[in-house]
Design a protein around this ligand. Structure first.
Ligand SMILES: Nc1ncnc2c1ncn2[C@@H]1O[C@H](COP(=O)(O)OP(=O)(O)OP(=O)(O)O)[C@@H](O)[C@H]1O
Ligand SMILES: [Mg+2]
Length: 228
């Protein structure tokens, strides 16, 4: 498996405390899930990778330059319709109006929301907004999709729907890098697990091995605590 991102001694400190500390790893899997307790530094690591934060030390080397999109736990909707929310991202990419409309409508259909295209996005339910956010990311056809707890605020039905959409995006060839506190979801989506604790990488391992034979005490404790 060819690596696509090298992370070398990456660190970030904020008011004297290490949020991300000495992270060195290579990302190569098509679907990677980052697990770890609250405050471990998962969101910070994803934001560093997406370029929303500057590392305090170390560096990121893209072995393959990948176009990226990111989806957050709470979808950020513009004050306009669902369809125009999706078109906006395409506009930023420089696509002409007819092409934008066509691709945005197609993306809404793929997430099963074609019937709400003209509705104000901010008035949609949380689950619908998250599907619009996924459609907006998907319409850009990113080579890497980063998702930070995309189903944390959703009910089981919406969670299943979001997982189905992530599965389809992955099947279209987009690499997936995400975090979740839903261990079943991690098992269903991941090929590789990265387990972090207090800003440090503790394990990077194939999904089946992580859940059956975690190598460290920290991971064993985490699995016990997070298993309902
Ligand atoms: N800008 C900041 N200034 C100070 N501390 C910060 C800042 N951003 C994050 N932190 C702290 O860094 C730690 C890691 O935060 P982060 O949000 O990355 O954790 P997380 O693993 O995503 O947690 P969760 O599972 O709760 O989402 C937390 O203790 C957080 O309070
Ligand atoms: Mg987080």
């Amino acid at each position: 498996m060819d690596g696509w991102l090298d992370i070398d001694h990456l660190g970030l400190r904020e008011s004297g405390t290490h949020i991300v500390e000495d992270v060195t790893l290579t990302l190569a899997a098509p679907r990677t899930v980052v697990l770890g307790p609250n405050g471990a530094g998962k969101s910070t690591l994803l934001r560093l990778i997406h370029g929303l934060l500057h590392p305090g030390s170390g560096r990121l080397t893209w072995l393959k330059p990948l176009s990226q999109a990111m989806v957050f736990q709470r979808p950020i909707m513009l004050r306009t319709t669902a369809l125009e929310n999706i078109e906006y991202g395409l506009k930023l990419q420089g696509h002409a109006a007819p092409e934008r409309r066509r691709r945005a409508a197609e993306a809404l259909t793929r997430v099963g929301l074609e019937s709400i295209a003209g509705r104000p996005a901010r008035l949609l339910s949380g689950g619908e907004q998250q599907r619009v956010a996924l459609a907006r990311a998907w319409a850009l056809e990113p080579e890497l999709l980063i998702l930070d707890e995309p189903t944390a605020s959703l009910d089981p039905a919406s969670t299943r729907e979001v997982e189905r959409i992530i599965g389809e995006i992955a099947a279209s060839g987009t690499r997936i890098l995400m975090t979740t506190h839903n261990l079943g979801q991690a098992k269903r989506i991941a090929e590789e697990i990265i387990f972090i604790d207090r800003g440090r990488i503790v394990e990077q391992t194939a999904v089946a091995r992580f859940f059956t034979l975690p190598q460290t005490e920290a991971a064993q404790r985490f699995l016990q605590e997070e298993t309902p």
